[in-house]
Design a protein around this ligand. Structure first.
Ligand SMILES: *[C@@H]1O[C@H](CO)[C@@H](O)[C@H](O)[C@H]1NC(C)=O
Ligand SMILES: *[C@@H]1O[C@H](CO)[C@@H](O)[C@H](O)[C@H]1NC(C)=O
Ligand SMILES: *[C@@H]1O[C@H](CO)[C@@H](O)[C@H](O)[C@H]1NC(C)=O
Ligand SMILES: *[C@@H]1O[C@H](CO)[C@@H](O)[C@H](O)[C@H]1NC(C)=O
Ligand SMILES: *[C@@H]1O[C@H](CO)[C@@H](O)[C@H](O)[C@H]1NC(C)=O
Length: 948
């Protein structure tokens, strides 16, 4: 028999078997619809029997699909409603697929059997549908780390089985819903253990009704919202509570005294609110490990006695809480104590640390009134007494009068013979080379503070390892490292998970690991709840295509039955495609723009034009790496030439950083109105095929930071730096004072100041800009955004954004200009570094030490002192005392006018000073060749570096 006929018969019989397949036909149709609208699904999603042939990530019970676990495998798609017809689905985990986006459809309410829904770290936006309240089997709901907006639907209160509710890291606004005569509310969730609502825009007060004694809550995590009013005393009746985070809100009034009835508390964060009245009395909270009461307006009081009764305490944060008087000796006797921060208070007298404190105690008493201290000498501790009277008397204690020392955690290194692995593989602790799955664990809370203590790290590694192994995963080893406490006071660990028995994990293993980490069916000693955000996995095992596929398809083409099937599949796929397309058009208000009709929804642009995806794809060689000139959290920037020949920089938002359509529209409307020679102008935008791109004029000489770091091959002299400062100040003052409405940039930094080929500076990147609307208040209240090191501390504390926050950031840039230092280097902020160099009170004796040698100047040079003073006034602590950008412009103009070097550039002087600089600085020890180049009216010097 002809072998082709045999293959044909086999194929036909498999089709017949398909009819007898296990999988329910409804579920098959739903999975096929998903398959045609999503990409990067597991490679074995083939054939017509998902249950029988075990499609990756799918589990069935009898013939019905009951679970879908596709975490972390790079699934992309925007059509979610096909899932809604899987009516027996119990578990859905799609977390860590940043390419999954769109609005959650109301049809999600049809998943009546769903008990676990995990969508952590995707790109869903828009409101949470009210229909979520009809998933009445739901026990576990994690929608954190998306861009969901609007209020928390009150219907969530219908989910009486719900145990875990995590909506953190979204843009949810409005008040926390409680039940009324007409609606449900979160107070009805009597089985809930976890309320994680942090990092949203929730506002209003917490209703008394939200908490009651019949609740079972263990975690109430509401930090970093805009909640206000009193803490309801009902919170004190939820006896089960172990962790409370209410920090970084606007709560006021006094802390209810019955909070101390919560005797199971482990971690309590009330910091950065506006609490008044008595310092809370925490006597009786005998399991308390971590307490943070910092930055509140409590009545002045002595150091509370109750602290000595908290035998489990590891960490006490009471910065700026109006403490006064002497610290009792027995205060330091607590056996677990690791960190005590009492800075910015009025603690006075002799500090007697006694002789039974724990080794390695960290004690920060900056800015107090301590006059002397006593210590047991053979104990190791880290004490800071900067800005206490004791530091004014020169003596033995002076080592405590300098700013903190930073030591890095030393992690146990492995003892492997091999020291390196080929290509992109990584050495595991067990000395194998493989591709680890990596990401970051973010802990909402934790019971310790000594990040140097390896016990905490090894416990975490061991616990995770045993979770993976007991779930049958092929894991060789786990490394969690680099513990850091982020600006939200969350603890982060970078995590590497190494595969065993193979080079890399397959999709199923990755999804199971992701599921275990975000579902957390386990508890970790020392650690509170967490979430896991991964990095896309490089290299799934076994996803190569079968090499015989071509032959079989060739035979099948000769087989008429299959031809029919293929035609049928084609028609089906076409309808799926149309359906998907229609769905994406529905989500895209821009798709209906028709500039000829001048319809109302078209953005009002001045000069900027719309580009199609195709236009921009062409001019960047299909977004090729060679055209990529930068990248950041938002995505990548490509260089290209548009049809007019103009060079442009195209900023392409990556999936996770897309804005909502109306936000995007607002932003391009705003930017198209900005026209100033010191502000980068918008050429156009693209809102097409699910992409958001902004097209800017191309600025050829890169960022100021690149120039200052010497990275791009030339250095800037003092005069050029002054001119750059002036340009940037002018651009910024235009935004503040002349743009209508005024604009606060919010992210001024040397990376956002670009230099053109004449070295004119332009302010770029309005990604975080805020309009000063008609609030009449002169400030906008916002979630704190910006870049560490440049952020105005006052804005950070009050969340009230004014133009003066930009002035602060600009002051930091000015200091960068003269020192070429990054804003934070070796754990020290540039403002402090300059302050220290100048000595206190301000002088310029030691300024030379920190000036950038490449500038070719000493501190005696004209204008430098004025420039530094101006910078220091910009970074003044109180916003009110900082100059406006207009004033900054005028002052720099004055400095530039009177700078002698400006009147006559002496090229010889400049050249020799570069050479001196090169001799002195090991950083600049490349072979260098110095040119003098003149552009326009500004002579300056370009130095090309030839890196080896
Ligand atoms: C999926 O099915 C397999 C085999 O029946 C079972 O061992 C596994 O626990 C199931 N997984 C889930 C998440 O239900
Ligand atoms: C939630 O419960 C309320 C009151 O029982 C009911 O009116 C409402 O329709 C329910 N909502 C959903 C989405 O099921
Ligand atoms: C809770 O605290 C209040 C005030 O501190 C006290 O009056 C009350 O008896 C306490 N309740 C319980 C059940 O301990
Ligand atoms: C704190 O509360 C405990 C127990 O309720 C009480 O004995 C103690 O006197 C209180 N301390 C202060 C300073 O009020
Ligand atoms: C204190 O630190 C030293 C190293 O600096 C370390 O060897 C020791 O174990 C630490 N002690 C405690 C109690 O953490």
């Amino acid at each position: 028999m002809d072998s082709r006929i045999l293959v044909c018969l086999l194929l036909i019989s498999s089709q017949i078997l398909g009819i007898l397949a296990l999988t329910d036909s409804n579920d098959l149709a739903a999975l096929n619809a998903i398959k045609s609208s999503w990409s990067n699904l597991p490679p074995n999603w083939k054939g017509s029997d998902p249950c029988g042939s075990s499609w990756g990530g799918i589990n069935c019970t009898d013939s019905r699909v009951t679970s879908i676990m596709l975490a972390g495998i790079g699934v992309e798609g925007s059509e979610f409603s096909d899932i809604s017809s899987l009516s027996e689905l119990q578990l859905l985990d799609l977390s860590n697929n940043i390419g999954l986006k769109g609005i959650l459809p109301s049809s999600i309410g049809k998943l009546k059997k769903l008990s676990t829904l995990i969508l952590v770290g995707c790109s869903f936006y828009g409101p949470i549908p009210d229909a979520i309240g009809s998933l009445d089997q739901l026990v576990f709901l994690s929608l954190n780390n998306n861009s969901l907006s609007g209020p928390i639907p009150s219907s969530i209160g219908n989910l009486t089985r719900l145990s875990w509710l995590d909506l953190s890291y979204n843009k949810l606004s409005d008040t926390i819903p409680v039940a009324s005569a007409t609606a449900s509310g979160l107070d009805m969730l009597s089985n809930a253990r976890h309320f994680h609502l942090s990092n949203n825009l929730l506002s209003g007060s917490i209703p008394d009704q939200l908490f009651s004694s019949n609740m079972k809550l263990i975690h109430t995590i509401f930090d970093h919202n805009q909640l206000s009013g009193n803490i309801p005393s009902t919170l004190g009746s939820v006896k089960t509570l172990e962790i409370i985070r209410l920090d970084w809100n606007f709560f006021d009034g006094s802390v209810p005294p019955n909070l101390s009835n919560l005797t199971n508390m482990n971690e309590l964060y009330l910091s950065n609110n506006k609490f008044t009245g008595n310092m809370p009395n925490l006597t009786g909270m005998n399991f308390l490990h971590y307490v943070d009461l910092s930055n509140n307006s409590f009545d002045a009081s002595g150091v509370p006695q109750w602290i000595t009764s908290l035998q489990s305490l590891t960490t006490l944060m009471m910065e700026n809480t109006q403490l006064q008087g002497q610290i009792p000796v027995d205060f330091f006797r607590l056996p677990q104590l690791e960190t005590v921060v009492l800075s910015n208070n009025n603690v006075s007298g002799v500090l007697n640390i006694g002789n039974s404190y724990r080794n390695n105690l960290t004690l920060d008493l900056r800015n107090n009134s301590i006059t002397d201290f006593m210590q047991k000498t053979d104990y190791n501790m880290e004490l800071t007494l900067v800005n206490n009277p004791i530091c004014n008397t020169k003596g033995a204690t002076s080592k405590y009068c300098t700013v903190e020392k930073h030591h890095n955690t030393v992690f146990p290194s492995n003892n492997c013979m091999a020291t390196s692995c080929s290509r992109d593989k990584v050495l595991s602790p067990n000395c194998g080379c493989s591709h680890p799955y990596t990401g970051t664990l973010h802990f909402f809370s934790f019971s310790f503070s000594d990040l140097q203590n390896l016990t905490y790290v090894t416990t975490l590694n061991g616990a995770l390892m045993s979770v993976f192994l007991s779930n049958g995963l092929p894991v060789d080893s786990v490394v969690s490292a680099n513990p850091t406490v982020d600006i939200y006071n969350y603890l982060q660990f970078s995590l590497q998970i190494f595969p065993s028995g193979q080079d890399s994990f397959n999709q199923t293993s990755i999804s199971t690991i992701g599921f275990l980490l975000n579902r957390q069916p386990f508890q970790l000693q020392y650690y509170g709840p967490f979430f896991f955000i991964d990095e896309p996995y490089c290299c799934f095992a076994g996803s190569k295509k079968s090499s015989n596929a071509g032959i079989i398809i060739g035979v099948a083409v000769g087989c008429s039955v299959l031809v029919l099937l293929i035609i049928f599949a084609g028609i089906y796929a076409f309808f799926q495609y149309r359906k998907a397309k229609r769905a994406s058009e529905r989500n895209d208000p821009f798709a209906s723009w028709d500039s000829k009709k001048g319809s109302g929804s078209v953005p009002q642009l001045q000069g900027a034009k719309g580009f199609s995806f195709e236009d921009l794809r062409k001019c960047t060689d299909n977004f090729s790496e060679s055209k990529c000139i930068g990248s950041g959290g938002y995505g990548k920037v490509y260089k290209g030439a548009i049809s007019s020949g103009q060079l442009v920089a195209i900023k392409r938002a990556q999936q996770g950083s897309m804005q909502g359509a109306s936000e995007f529209k607002t932003e391009i409307e705003l930017m198209s109105r900005i026209h100033h020679k010191n502000v980068v102008s918008l050429v156009g935008f693209c809102y097409d095929q699910g992409e958001q791109m902004l097209v800017y004029e191309y600025i050829s000489n890169g960022t100021l930071r690149d120039s200052l770091s010497g990275k791009i091959g030339f250095r800037l002299d003092w005069n050029r730096r002054l001119k750059i400062a002036l340009d940037a100040a002018r651009g910024l003052s235009y935004l503040h004072e002349l743009a209508n409405p005024p604009i606060i940039h919010r992210d001024i930094k040397s990376n956002n100041i670009l230099l053109d080929d004449h070295f004119n500076a332009k302010v770029a990147d309005f990604g975080l800009s805020k309009l000063m609307g008609d609030t009449g208040k002169g400030y906008v209240t916002t979630q704190v955004k910006g870049t560490l090191g440049y952020m105005d501390p006052e804005y950070y504390m009050t969340q009230q954004l004014t133009e003066k926050s930009d002035v602060y950031s600009f002051g930091v840039v000015m200091l960068e200009l003269i020192t070429a230092k990054a804003p934070i280097e070796h754990g020290k902020h540039i403002v402090r570094a300059v302050q220290e160099a100048m000595g206190d009170p301000i002088g310029s004796e030691n300024l030379d030490k920190i000036l950038d040698p490449a500038m070719g100047l000493g501190s005696e040079v004209g204008g430098l002192k004025k420039f530094v003073n101006l910078a220091m006034s910009c970074v003044g602590e109180s916003a009110a005392d900082r100059p406006t950008m207009g004033e900054v412009v005028r002052e720099i103009e004055n400095i530039l006018d009177s700078a002698p070097a400006n009147k006559k550039m002496d090229t010889k002087f400049s050249r020799s000073s570069y050479e001196e600089a090169n001799d002195e600085s090991p950083l600049h020890s490349h072979d260098t060749e110095v040119f003098d180049v003149s552009y326009g009216s500004f002579p300056f010097h370009v130095e090309h570096q030839y890196a080896n």
